[in-house]
Design a protein around this ligand. Structure first.
Ligand code: FES
Ligand code: FES
Length: 166
């Protein structure tokens, strides 16, 4: 792909689709997703790896997009909040956050959802302490966290019940 001087073509699979855009080697994954690809669901808070708002899944693992250069994930898979459900629908995790009042302003929510997906992949039936520990890198200024813990608990229970009935 022809690129502007000083940029390289970065090709990624984002939410299951091949995407390619030009990026300077120093471009952060947050900027690549938001400005390069128009996926503004990934939020930028502290920009120094502390708040977790920018968390996305890179090859299935939670990653701070504000501490990752886009070129570092060339050829990899990135999953963002936009890919969690079909347009106009909500994933089970999103529904649980809504049902349990796990969000108010929603700024932290995309990162919380990505971390929750990763947690439940790793540990489908976490205790409340394990949920707290896993989500400790995601800061929320609004909710007091109780609704978030309850939401994760709800999804874990729903998935457990669904696999029992299957
Ligand atoms: S914006 Fe990346 S951790 Fe805060
Ligand atoms: S809902 Fe506002 S920061 Fe979490």
């Amino acid at each position: 792909m022809k690129t502007r001087q000083g940029t390289v073509a970065v090709e990624l699979t984002v939410n299951g689709e091949k995407r390619v855009a030009a990026a300077e080697p120093r471009m952060l994954l947050t900027d690549f997703l938001r400005h390069g690809l128009g996926l503004t669901g990934t939020h930028v808070g502290c920009e120094q790896g502390v708040c977790g708002a920018c968390t996305v899944l890179v090859d299935g693992q939670p990653a701070r997009a504000c501490l990752t250069f886009a070129v570092q994930v060339e050829g990899g898979c990135v999953d963002t909040v936009e890919g969690m459900a079909e347009p106009g629908a909500l994933s089970d995790v999103q529904q649980a956050f809504r049902a349990e009042h796990g969000l108010q302003c929603g700024f932290c929510t995309p990162g919380m959802l990505a971390s929750t997906e990763a947690l439940l992949q790793e540990n489908p039936d976490p205790t409340d302490d394990e949920i707290r520990e896993y989500l400790s890198g995601n800061v929320c200024r609004c909710t007091g966290y109780q609704g978030i813990i309850a939401a994760v608990r709800r999804v874990a229970n729903e998935r457990k019940a669904a696999s029992r009935d299957a």
